[in-house]
Design a protein around this ligand. Sequence first.
Ligand code: 5GP
Ligand code: ZN
Length: 135
Amino acid sequence: MTDCIFCKIVNKEIPGKIVYEDEHVLAFLDIKPVARGHTLVIPKKHATDIFELDDKSAEEILKVAKKVSTGILKSLGAAGINLLNANRKEAGQSVFHYHMHVIPRYTGDGMRVWPNSNYKESNLDEVADVIKKHI
Ligand code: 5GP
Ligand code: ZN
C-alpha cells in the first residue's frame, strides 16, 4: 500500500531496526519504545487490522512473536512479555497496518497494561451464546 509507513519499512523505502525477517513477516523495533526491546511484528502483505488479516499471516505472526519474545527474554533479561494488538481507532490503533506489539516486562517496571473499567457482566451465558452464533 503506497501511503503506509509500515509497508515502506517492509519495502526498505524507509529504515527500520529489523530484528527478524522471513517470507511472510517482519519484526522491528518500535520507534517510541515503552520498554527496552519493544518490538512490532507485522505481516509483509498489507492488512489494516485483524479483520483483514489472512489466516496464513495470522499463524506466522504468532510464531514470530513467540521467537522474538524468547529472544528478548534471553538477550535483554526481560522477566515477562506482553503481546498487545489494537484493532481500529476505537481500540487505540494509530498505524493502520496490522501489528503485534511485543512488550518486554522488567521486574518492578510498574507498567499497567490491562484495560480498566467498572463494567460488570450480568449474563455471561447470553454473551457466550450470541458470540458463538457469529463465529
Ligand atoms: P498502535 O498505536 O497502532 O498500536 O501502535 C503503533 C506503533 O507504531 C506506536 O507504538 C509507534 O511508536 C510505532 N510507530 C509509528 N511510526 C513508526 C515508524 O515510522 N517506525 C517505527 N519503527 N515505529 C513506528
Ligand atoms: Zn501497510
